[in-house]
Ligand binder design. Structure first.
Ligand code: AMO
Length: 450
């Protein structure tokens, strides 16, 4: 007999079926035992003679054969999708045993401290509310890919071991690569630009690495970057148009297909209004001054509290929980960023903020070989380290730009999670590689020929 899923049992009343899953709960009522069996589609009530399930405890994995019965009207459970039926067990087989569970990790509102939640990830991932976080993440990634394909972008795989630092700064992980110096990629930036020479518009979904020197609620050491790069742009604003389309498609996809997951978290997708407002960074600082009295007008970047305030402004003024902030100072952007010809102290760049947090960064790139070479030097890098990448421009690349979305940050903002670590099944940060680093022994690193 073929296994059927719990959700399918509602179409099999009166029939004998075989189901498999985990014991979610067990309730003993004298000679009868009620088991809620959990599989990937949800719960099903099993009614058994106690003799059949004598030693069976929570999280045991079972295979059960029996007859699907309709429940009497007054016994229907509206809380579960199979609530109109139950399975009268005739045969129960144990597929795997479980040790006693250390705490109630299936509780509806699992109120654990983050370190405990992550220390017990193999268990807490089974909780429906936690599991739903990763369903949302998967939908976001699929929706990004779908919009990219609809817009005729070509996908590619970007390398994660790289010889040069794309985004600048010291936050890179060094790799001892056959005793040569290499890095874990901070972004697929240089490779997506190279790919344009053949495909004109490309995307990639890839893990990237930032050796963040501190622990915050918005930074991971490894995260998923959803990257797009587009050539033959008429204006850098085309980039924001495409980014807006991606985000709007993403949110309507979640609204259409993830109501269950959104409602477990008691959230709605962020409002994006008719058109997401676009505002220059210096104007943002002026608005912040007027609204809060905080004068950050000389600061080269927005502070986290400024990002929250401007999102609040966008919601009140434009009915949008998203806002594009544009024209960041040239000094603060990587070497490849195109300056604004009208005011070269600022760039043709943008961040997209959502509910108070940056979720996307992008902008136009320098596509002129000489200007790019000069900028690499100006940023303190040696051009020989970039000669591979520079071939792209040496042999002609049209005006272009692109952007990258931080997957986990989008999940965090959509679900109103407190910490971005909750949005990754297995987060890496200064304190953890699955296990807490403090519990692992430090390895003495071999001296490499650098
Ligand atoms: P940037 O460095 O701003 O830009 O990164 C792009 C987006 O990635 C997310 N992000 C992070 N998410 C979690 N943890 C981190 N440590 C982290 N750092 C960044 C953010 C951010 O907006 N090459 C450019 C993009 C481009 O211009 O195409 C880049 O990497 O959501």
């Amino acid at each position: 007999m073929e296994r059927i899923l719990n959700i399918e049992t509602i179409k099999h009343t009166g029939e004998k079926v075989r189901v498999c899953g985990w014991v979610n709960t067990r309730r003993d009522h004298g000679k009868l035992v009620f088991i809620d069996l959990r599989d990937r589609t949800g719960l099903l009530q099993i009614v058994c003679q106690s003799a059949l399930v004598k030693d069976i405890k929570e999280e045991y994995v079972l295979q059960i054969k029996g007859i699907i019965k309709e429940r009497p009207e007054n016994m229907v459970n509206k809380e579960i999708e199979t609530g109109k039926v139950e399975l009268q067990a005739e045969n129960v087989e144990i597929l795997a045993k479980s040790s006693p569970i250390p705490f109630d990790f299936m509780a509806e509102d699992l109120n654990l401290k983050l370190p405990t939640l992550l220390d017990y990830r193999p268990l807490t991932i089974r909780n429906p509310k936690i599991k739903s976080i990763f369903k949302i993440g998967e939908h976001i990634t699929n929706s990004f890919r779908k919009t990219m394909k609809d817009l005729d972008f070509t996908g590619f795989e970007s390398p994660n071991i790289v010889p040069a630092v794309a985004e600048g700064g010291a936050d890179v992980f060094h790799v001892d690569y056959y005793n040569y110096n290499a890095y874990l990629a901070q972004s697929p930036q240089l490779y997506k630009q190279i790919m344009l020479g053949a495909f004109e518009r490309v995307f990639t979904i890839t893990h990237v690495y930032r050796a963040e020197p501190s622990i915050t609620t918005r930074h991971l050491a490894e995260y998923t970057s959803l990257d797009a790069e587009i050539s033959f742009i008429d204006s850098w604003e085309n980039l924001m148009d495409i980014c807006e389309k991606i985000i709007k498609n993403m949110f309507s996809d979640l609204e259409e297909n993830c109501q269950k997951e959104l409602s477990i978290h008691k959230v709605k997708v962020p409002l994006s209004g008719k058109k997401i407002p676009r505002i220059k960074m210096r104007e943002v600082q002026q608005i912040i001054l007027e609204r809060t009295g905080r004068d950050n007008r000389k600061e080269p970047d927005l502070q986290p509290e400024d990002e929250q305030e401007i999102c609040q402004w966008a919601k009140e003024k434009h009915g949008s929980e998203l806002v594009f902030v544009t024209h960041y100072p040239t000094k603060k952007r990587p070497f490849y960023t195109h300056a604004d010809p009208k005011d070269p102290d600022y760039t043709l760049s943008f961040d997209l903020l959502c509910r108070g947090l940056e979720i996307v960064t992008g902008g136009q790139r320098i596509n002129d070989y000489d200007k790019l070479t000069a900028n690499i030097k100006k940023w303190g890098n040696e051009t020989k380290n970039f000669s591979f990448y520079l071939q792209t421009f040496k042999y002609g690349l049209p005006p272009e730009g692109g952007f990258a979305l931080g997957l986990e940050r989008i999940v965090k903002q959509v679900l109103n999670l407190k910490n971005v670590r909750e949005a990754v099944p297995f987060p890496r940060d200064m304190e953890r590689i699955d296990q807490r680093l403090s519990t692992l022994q430090k390895k003495k690193t071999k001296k490499s020929k650098r």
